[in-house]
Ligand binder design. Structure first.
Ligand SMILES: O=C(O)C(=O)c1ccccc1S
Ligand SMILES: [Mn+2]
Length: 257
């Protein structure tokens, strides 16, 4: 099987699509209310560049929060997921880091409202067209929000907080319990909608996906290049001891048209 897979990669019959933002000093990071700890921006500091600091080598020191750029959220990230075994980036079963993806395109709805919330009903509408979401799949919310390349437009913060699309509060438990997905992915800076801090249950996608021992992916790009079903996602976070998540080079494998 793997030989045929390798041949298909070589021939281009299977294409690899990069679903990751580039990490740089202006990579958007989640702005929490000022009373909370804040994640640090991505920082790159040159150590040497073929000069007296290192005549034949170029390398850098880097630093950032775990939840920077395109990144993976582990169940340990949230209080509701903190007691599961193997719930951190270094202990998650690696068999779960390659999985199929369902892509739900609500980009038209999001063009109408930046606060659009994906509902169970809309997911069931998608299933009527593409079939039931298979257990063990990622569900990715395509919004085309990643096309907002200006960091301020991407974060879209107003006086009452951020205004960005996400999952309706009822959705994560449906995905986790009724469809037994492996995780939930978004194009936004985090896996919850911008106004989720003010929901009756704050941050429901974090709370209920991790509360059901599921994963998250945030700041995805190029979801418009994926089919509704059939893509395979490769999502290994850095193996950080007790890591709550990490920047992740998310790749999708798709069969060439
Ligand atoms: O996990 C994240 O990247 C994220 O979005 C987040 C992190 C910490 C607190 C709230 C949120 S909403
Ligand atoms: Mn995160």
């Amino acid at each position: 099987m793997l030989k045929a897979f390798a041949d298909a990669l070589q021939s281009g019959a299977i294409r690899v699509i990069d679903l990751s933002q580039t990490l740089h000093a202006r990579t958007p990071i989640i702005p929490l209310p000022p009373q909370y700890g804040q994640t640090a921006p991505f920082r790159l500091e040159e150590i040497s560049n073929f000069d007296e600091r290192g005549p034949a080598w170029y390398w850098n020191n880097i630093s950032c929060g775990e939840h920077t750029g395109t990144h993976f959220d582990a169940p340990i990230h949230w209080i509701t997921g903190r007691d599961y075994p193997n719930n951190a980036t270094d202990t998650i079963d690696v068999q779960k880091l390659i999985a199929p993806a369902c892509v739900i395109d609500v980009s038209a709805e999001v063009r109408e409202s930046a606060d659009y919330l994906l509902t169970i009903e809309r997911v069931e509408q998608w299933e009527a067209e593409h079939g039931r979401i298979p257990a063990g799949s990622w569900v990715l919310m395509r919004t085309d929000w990643s096309q907002r390349t200006d960091p301020d437009a991407f974060l879209n913060v107003k006086e009452d907080g951020a205004h960005t699309p996400g999952g309706h509060p009822d959705l994560p438990n449906f995905l986790a319990r009724e469809r037994e997905v492996i995780g939930w992915g978004t194009e936004g800076v985090g896996t919850d909608a911008g106004q989720a801090y003010a929901f009756a249950q704050p941050f429901p996608c974090h709370s209920n996906m991790h509360g059901n021992n599921k994963f998250g992916l945030a700041s995805l790009v190029n979801l418009d290049k994926l089919p509704a079903t059939g893509a395979l996602l490769i999502t290994p976070p850095l193996k950080i001891r007790r890591g709550s998540g990490s920047p992740c080079r998310v790749l999708a494998l798709v069969e060439a048209a």
